[in-house]
Design a protein around this ligand. Structure first.
Ligand code: NIG
Ligand code: FE
Length: 419
């Protein structure tokens, strides 16, 4: 099966070998007026000029209508599967009650834990599928999804099963992470070490059932200490899980160092990362996974992205989609916030939403670049150039999305058989 995408205004892609660090993040190749030949789900040829010689009886053609084309976007940090929503806490948040205070009072994450425990697998599936469709329309073609709203084995498994089922039934490829250490559940409040022991014990079941590739911990004041984080991650490492860590979101308590020492794939949030940890990150292959929509929604500081790039760190940008700190599926908005608030340049943002998150998920040989031989995960944006995509904010610029060479979004609508 062959498809030729023609009438493209310009193609933008990184050509760097990941992790793409520091100033190399700004290296983006631009090709004007290209055409792309897709063969069996992969990029077969990228040309300029007359594409008609490449058409044969089996070929389909797709008119990109003078849109620009970039690799399908990769969102490497979400909490896609959960029950309920938290608008009932929104007024408290606006009035200035801090995020950790709401959690301490049994709300926040623990509120969503209650709704997720109560929800049936089908209800969780339906709710997550709706969000996933939105994400696809915003141009996301690969996604990381965490559990963490069960805080007991049964519900964590329920969440991960839903994510796996969505992966089977939806065009977006999903990579799963076990986040049993997202908070201390109410029933263990006075017995935290028992909960940590339970999480460590449960890792074996998650592994043997093949439910997750990654393990994550929320290392934060009032949640898990750096020492506890280390204990959980070391156990995960021994079982062969790869690691990701939520840390340096509110107070810097040492999570980044633990993550780097254990060669975690990502450290996520980093709004309050120390200068010393920035230096250490630059010498590691751990990706700094920045979540600017969370800073926006929590009205908190933004991660020092400019400083990190200047020091040679490799950055990814992710949505952190979840019901508490980032209730929005609009990943394009996340990228626009990265421009406006993190002072990242459009080229750097493209690297941080394609090849670097691909590297953090170990899928960089298949996706994250537009290159012959790689999977044809492509996004056509109704924009005159890449700068416009980051500048004209808050709307959906998607014209078309191709996943594994199949047209899955056409003029803003989901089309075709889902997988
Ligand atoms: O990444 N910080 C911890 N976890 C999520 C928020 C989860 C929630 O509030 O439900 C985050 O922001
Ligand atoms: Fe998160």
């Amino acid at each position: 099966m062959k498809t030729i995408i023609y009438n493209i205004r310009a193609l933008y892609t990184s050509e760097e070998k990941p992790p793409v660090k520091g100033e190399s993040m700004a290296n983006i190749k631009r090709i004007d007026n290209p055409f792309i030949l897709i063969e069996n789900g992969k990029i077969g040829y990228i040309g300029q000029g007359d594409y008609k010689n490449y058409i044969d009886d089996e070929s389909q053609v797709f008119d990109a209508n003078q849109t620009i084309i970039v690799p399908g976007l990769i969102d490497a940090h979400t909490h896609l599967v959960f029950g309920g929503s938290r608008e009932a806490e929104f007024s408290q948040k606006i009035a200035g009650v801090p995020y950790l205070k709401i959690l301490e009072a049994g709300g926040g994450i623990l509120n969503t834990v209650e709704s997720t425990r109560k929800a049936s697998e089908q209800a969780l599936f339906n709710q997550a599928k709706k969000s996933l469709d939105q994400m696809l329309k915003f141009g996301v073609t690969s996604l990381e999804v965490k559990s963490g709203y069960g805080l007991n084995l049964q519900t964590e498994i329920k969440q991960l099963k839903v994510a796996k089922k969505l992966n089977d039934q939806h065009p977006i490829d999903i990579y799963t992470t076990y986040l049993g250490a997202h908070a201390i559940p109410k029933e263990y409040k006075s017995n935290r070490q028992d909960y940590i022991d339970t999480v460590i014990e449960d890792l074996k079941t998650i592994k043997s059932q093949g439910l997750a590739d990654y393990v994550d911990v929320f290392c934060e004041t009032g949640v898990f200490t750096a020492q506890e984080t280390k204990q959980i991650l070391e156990a995960a490492n021994k079982l062969g899980f790869k690691l990701r860590v939520h840390t340096d979101e509110i107070k810097p308590i040492g999570g980044t160092k633990v993550a780097i020492d254990l060669q975690a794939k990502t450290v996520d949030h980093l709004m309050v990362i120390t200068d010393e940890d920035i230096k250490a990150l630059a010498y590691s292959d751990t990706i700094a996974n920045i979540l600017p929509s969370t800073s926006f929604f929590l009205n908190q500081d933004y991660a020092p992205a400019r400083k990190m790039i200047d020091q040679g760190v490799a950055l990814a940008i992710s949505s952190d989609y979840n019901p508490g700190s980032t209730p929005s599926e609009n990943y394009q908005l996340t990228l626009q916030i990265a421009g406006n608030k993190l002072k990242m340049m459009p080229n750097e943002i493209l690297t941080a939403s394609t090849i670097n998150p691909a590297y953090s998920l170990g899928i960089h040989k298949e996706v994250g670049k537009i290159k012959v031989g790689m999977q044809a995960d492509l996004l056509c944006l109704d924009c005159p150039n890449l700068d416009y995509f980051i500048y004209h904010y808050g709307i959906n610029h998607t014209y078309a999305v191709f996943k594994k060479g199949q047209l899955v979004v056409d003029q803003g609508r989901i089309v075709g058989d889902l997988k």
